[in-house]
Design a protein around this ligand. Structure first.
Ligand SMILES: Cc1cc2nc3c(=O)[nH]c(=O)nc-3n(C[C@H](O)[C@H](O)[C@H](O)COP(=O)(O)O)c2cc1C
Length: 154
């Protein structure tokens, strides 16, 4: 399967996690990894499965590198019908009212433009003891297994 791992980050955690996901999936899939800052919503492709990793900053907002993507999405009349994505959020539960809201906002934006979310959003809590990759790699592996058993209609 062609997989595009896209990350939105402020200080690099989501980028490191995106690279870990890319490495974990590369043996079985054709995987690329890119910053959302360098991603044009108009260039997302229906044949590619998108795995998005996004942190949260300042009152539940998108991190800096996801903002240009969100701005382009808001400005253009993008129809993302046929685009499939799974999304993983990074956050810190010390920010209890806005915990992982960056990834939540991004998923809502993509869905509002017609994209289809596959699987449920999963998250990492920087206040906890888990390593992000120990949660995210099994999460995406399960989603891809379900997809291969029961392919989504595109
Ligand atoms: C100034 C600041 C604001 C933050 N705001 C939030 C927040 O509102 N909600 C949340 O869940 N996490 C928040 N975080 C936690 C980050 O999302 C978390 O540390 C994440 O792992 C950072 O990933 P990144 O390096 O990819 O940006 C904040 C962190 C900092 C330093």
């Amino acid at each position: 399967m062609r997989i595009s791992v896209l990350y939105g980050t402020e200080t690099g955690n989501a980028e490191m996690l995106a690279e870990d996901i890319q490495s974990a999936l590369a043996e079985e899939h054709d995987v690329t990894c890119a910053n959302l800052a360098d991603t044009d919503p108009a260039e997302l492709e229906g044949e590619t499965f998108h795995v998005i990793v996004c942190s949260t900053y300042d009152d539940g907002n998108l991190p800096a590198s996801a903002q240009p993507f969100a701005d382009r999405l808001k400005k253009g009349a993008h129809d993302l019908a046929g685009i499939r994505f799974a999304i993983f959020g990074l956050g810190d539960s010390e920010y209890d009212e806005t915990f992982t809201h960056g990834s939540l906002k991004l998923s809502e934006m993509l869905i509002a433009h017609g994209a289809t979310q596959v699987g449920t959003r999963s998250v990492h809590d920087a206040a906890g003891n888990d390593l992000p990759e120990d949660l995210a790699v099994p999460w995406i592996t399960d989603i891809l297994t379900d997809l291969s058993v029961q392919p989504e209609e595109v």
